[in-house]
Design a protein around this ligand. Structure first.
Ligand code: ADP
Ligand code: ADP
Length: 228
């Protein structure tokens, strides 16, 4: 469902962030992206959610060649990809319910559908009783759960997570991983960049290691493989 063929990304300042990446990620896989800072992990993920376009090569997501997508088709592809960040990126002036509902309003879901779907998703992430809180009244782990609810509310086929446990303590991180595992089990592909050695070595999923813009390792039940 995600396929890259000889993908290169050179930023306008001349930095070669990715240097000829070829990879296939099947429907329903859970993939950890590992590697040192600056290796190209975020760039790899940005290309998938079309925040960046490749300098050379092809990327298809669900059969769409997303590097060459017409502008008007971008929202259609993005709707099918949920994104989660290390720093949560919630809208501070909206409460929990509104943050999640907003993701549906953006794609013009009918009000009736929103009113039914948002409570379901808040239930799934364990925040139904905190729907009226503002993000500032939540712990880091709870804020990340809101971000996950927002990412899955439109039922995307892919979740991209850029160090989703990077700001969380170990116990809270495990709660977030259980939730992502459950979402994956229910049929969503997950691509997650992480520096969390313990999580990668315990979960034993596919591990793709990127260094200096190249894939240097790709193992089905892989390990973290670094000391940091
Ligand atoms: P990682 O996520 O593994 O830390 P990144 O994909 O963020 O790696 O970065 C890969 C390389 O590209 C780094 O050298 C980084 O400095 C550079 N880079 C990332 N984003 C940009 C940008 N917008 N402009 C220029 N260089 C960038
Ligand atoms: P632009 O690309 O013009 O900056 P967007 O509305 O496309 O504006 O993106 C706004 C922000 O939302 C960006 O920071 C981007 O990283 C993030 N983003 C893009 N696609 C998604 C998505 N499918 N889910 C969540 N966040 C996304």
């Amino acid at each position: 469902m995600i396929e890259m063929q000889d993908v290169w990304k050179t930023y306008s300042n001349g930095t070669h962030a990715l240097k000829g990446i070829s990879v296939k990620i099947d429907r329903n896989e859970f993939v950890y992206l590992v590697g040192p800072s600056g290796a190209g992990k975020s760039t790899f993920m940005k290309l998938i959610y079309r925040e960046e376009v490749p300098t050379k090569g092809q990327i298809s997501v669900n059969g769409f060649n997303i590097g060459r997508l017409k502008q008007r088709k971008i929202p259609y592809v993005r709707r099918n990809i949920g994104v989660i960040f290390q720093d949560f990126r919630l809208l501070p002036k909206l409460n929990v319910y509104e943050n999640v509902a907003f993701a549906m309003e953006v794609v013009e879901a009918p009000k009736k559908v929103i009113r039914k779907r948002v409570p379901e998703v808040l239930e799934l992430v364990g925040l139904r009783n905190k729907a009226n809180r503002d993000p500032s009244q939540l712990s880091g782990g709870e804020q990340q759960r809101v971000a996950i609810a927002r990412a899955i509310v439109n039922s995307p086929s892919v979740i991209i997570a850029d160090e989703p446990t990077g700001n969380l303590d170990p116990e809270t991180s495990w709660g977030i991983m259980q939730l992502l595992d459950e979402i994956n089990f229910r049929g969503t592909t997950i691509v997650m960049a992480t520096h969390n050695k313990e999580i990668v070595n315990t979960m034993r999923k596919r591990v793709i290691a990127i260094e200096h813009g190249n894939i240097v390792r790709d193992e089905m039940r892989g390990e973290y493989g670094y000391e940091f």
